[in-house]
Design a protein around this ligand. Sequence first.
Ligand code: FES
Ligand code: FES
Length: 213
Amino acid sequence: MSDAIEPGKIGSMLPVISRRDFIKGVIVGGAAVSSAGYLFRASTLLAQSGSVAGRLITINVNGQQRRADVMKQETLAWTLRHKLGLTGTKLGCDRAECGSCTVLIDDVPHYACSVLTHTVRNRKILTIEGLANADGTLHPVQQGVVDEQGFQCAFCMPGFIMSSVAFLKANPNPTRAELANGVSGNLCRCQDYDKILTALMRGAENMRNTSHA
Ligand code: FES
Ligand code: FES
């Protein structure tokens, strides 16, 4: 008797993941993709490019002191993703155009692809992984996205959420147009802007009604 699996049965053997579960996984920290692969790829690339002398530095990420061996030309996006395994920060254009890599540095949004890691040693970096409370309670903006199912493929989602969090802290009660302007440094390749704005407006409402630690 053959051990081959009939193609038709493969789908039924996979765990059933709803769209809501998928979105929630990405919201909490890009968990849809294992960071292990990225870490492995980074070490392979470095090995291929020959020995690269880095410098061991400490940076404050999501409230933790993290040590990383960093090259002088290394960007924060690269360090976060490939050295610290924080793959929730996405790399789209890698040249300060799309906003996918947005993180907060001392509460101000920055494109992590265009910040050199060694320049942020005394700053506080917040990534999508650090937004939820320690008990798992989502940030009100993250909850707004879950409530409204506001993104299509969700690749751009962490960047939009980080930009919104910073904008809403300073402008807690924006009009839709003001919020659109506030996140205009973020692009969505799926062009799902209307749904994204609805979700972010719900996040703004959640922020006004919730006290998030
Ligand atoms: S990846 Fe940084 S702005 Fe596009
Ligand atoms: S939802 Fe796909 S890139 Fe924005």
